[in-house]
Design a protein around this ligand. Structure first.
Ligand code: C2O
Ligand code: CU
Ligand code: CU
Length: 514
């Protein structure tokens, strides 16, 4: 197929009436009138040491200050830096050893969103707290394809607030298949992570999560891209690969470039797509990732190409001198394994319902000590994820699973979107829609699944599944809310009855105990 005849998609695919812009609490993005600043590309995380077979990292969750705006610095949290985190690179097949240190004033967890690692401890969900001053060790070996994944805090029910403080970092998985594809991969030069977030700056340039709290998800009017307000990026190559993460608590990003520049999506959450997809528009829901290649070949030194979300500029690409790049992205990129469903398994049904404090999963709110479902390791099951929201247009809930990468089979019986043919761990479900996915687990463990509007997950739109191996039954010591609440209260020097954590409201208002 010649480049000209290839299909270019020009829509966002999702249901327009369900866009977050229609939400009563929607906070539109506004361009802040501050000078453009160089995009703060997170540095790579240097390993402590590396051998042929093993690699060792130390990750430190820490509090600090970051100069985001003219005037006072903002109090922020990050991994090995004051905001967001340095980027670790994991090679498929290597034994990875990570020292996790908590230097924050409160407990946290280190969740590997998108990694197929065992739950609930290595996975780093709510069952794996690390208390202030503590250090823990995890080890894992990745057996999954090259992908852009991420690390974020996940202590229930304070995930949303800790991510808001800045605890989110990009992570990159590499393998031999991706290494052979003609993609830009010079990190920081033509291979750029873009963590998309939004914040509201209050007095003295500070963030105030509680003041901004909304049970349907906290938003702010200022786009924060890799922790940079109003960023520009100096383009020095004809083609640039962007690894885009919706790292916002609530915001959907509807991305497009000036001049409706066509770009090529090469990867989704869990890895490279079977075939590239050409687009002029891309919508990401919370926690989704997309890797795209942008060809600036029609632009020249001095031009500026702008990336927008809706109609607000979020990154300015300043074009410099570059060498012509004639690489062609092949029509076929990778083979995606597509195992047959295990015979005679019932279809697993999941229902996301409600908005605001009423959010539920399967008519229940999350309980850390309840296992909601079981699936045998290696079994390939069909899951139907339904969003029953019907109030005024409803809303899109991004459904996420720990411990696996799934395949999207259909949306209300129709083909998935053209860029959903690769591995996913998060899928946006429209109101009134059932998204059918294929799920299998490689490792036994307890894994959470939930809406990734983070306030919805904290508010109870979450459940957990045990992936079990009948030949090696296990019992799990699951964390409980009282223990965590007491610890948070103690760390804050207050009585547990005075403790406020975002998700608690949603349980209390529904007359439920967390
Ligand atoms: Cu991004 Cu439960 O996770
Ligand atoms: Cu996750
Ligand atoms: Cu939701």
């Amino acid at each position: 197929m010649s480049e000209e005849t290839e299909k270019v998609y020009t829509d966002y695919f999702f249901d327009e009436p369900a866009y977050n812009t229609h939400d009563g609490g929607y906070v539109p993005l506004e361009r802040m009138k501050v000078p453009e600043q160089r995009l703060n590309v997170p540095p790579l995380l240097e390993p402590d040491r590396e051998t042929e077979t093993d690699i060792y990292y130390t990750l430190v969750a820490q509090a600090g200050e970051t100069q985001l705006l003219p005037g006072l610095p903002t109090k922020t949290w990050g991994y090995n830096t004051s905001l967001l985190g340095k980027t670790p690179v994991f090679k498929k097949g290597k034994h990875i050893h990570i020292t996790l240190k908590n230097e924050l004033p409160e407990l946290t967890t280190f969740h590997w969103h998108g990694l197929n690692v065992s739950g609930p401890i290595v996975d780093g969900g709510c069952h794996a707290p690390i208390y202030p001053g503590e250090t823990k060790q995890i080890d894992f070996t990745l057996d999954q394809p090259a992908a852009t994944t991420w690390l974020h805090a996940h202590p229930c029910p304070s995930t949303a607030e800790q991510v808001w403080h800045g605890l989110a970092a990009m992570t990159i998985i590499q393998d031999d298949v991706e290494a052979k594809l003609p993609f830009p991969r010079h990190y920081g030069v033509d291979d750029i992570p873009l963590v998309l977030q939004d914040r509201r700056f209050h007095e003295n340039n500070q963030w105030d999560y509680r003041a901004d709290y909304d049970p349907d998800g906290v938003q702010g009017p200022t786009a924060l891209i890799d922790g940079t307000v109003n960023p520009y990026f100096d383009v020095t190559t004809q083609k640039v690969r962007l690894r885009i993460l919706d790292g916002a608590n609530r915001r959907e990003w509807r991305l497009h470039f000036s001049d409706d520049l066509t770009f090529t999506q090469i990867a989704s959450d869990g890895g490279i797509l079977p075939a590239p997809v050409k687009l002029t528009k891309l919508m990401l829901t919370c926690a989704e990732r997309a890797e795209i290649i942008v060809d600036f070949g029609n632009y020249h030194n001095g031009d500026v190409v702008t990336l927008y979300s809706d109609d607000v500029p979020i990154v300015h690409f300043r074009i410099g001198d570059y060498q012509p790049d004639h690489t062609v992205i092949p029509d076929h990129l990778v083979d995606i394994p597509n195992p047959e469903p295990t015979p005679n398994l019932p279809i697993k049904k999941v229902v996301m319902s409600g908005m605001d404090e009423e959010v539920m999963l399967d008519g229940k709110k999350f309980d850390m000590q309840r296992i909601d479902a079981k699936q045998k390791v290696g079994d390939v099951a069909i899951w139907d994820i339904t969003n029953t929201n019907d109030m005024t247009g409803g809303m899109v809930h991004p459904f996420h699973m720990h411990g696996c990468q799934f395949l999207v089979l259909s949306r209300n019986g129709h083909e998935p979107y053209p860029n959903e043919h690769g591995f996913k761990d998060t899928v946006g479900v429209n109101p009134g829609e059932t998204v059918r996915i294929k799920v299998w687990f490689n490792l036994p463990g307890v894994y959470m699944y939930h809406c990734h509007i983070i306030e919805h997950e904290d508010g109870g739109m979450m459940a957990q599944i045990e992936a079990f191996d009948p030949d090696h039954p296990k019992t799990y010591d699951l964390m409980d809310m009282d223990t965590l609440a007491k610890a948070f209260a103690k760390e804050r020097g207050i009585d547990v009855k005075d403790l406020w954590m975002a998700g608690m409201d949603s349980y209390e208002k529904m007359g439920m105990k967390m």
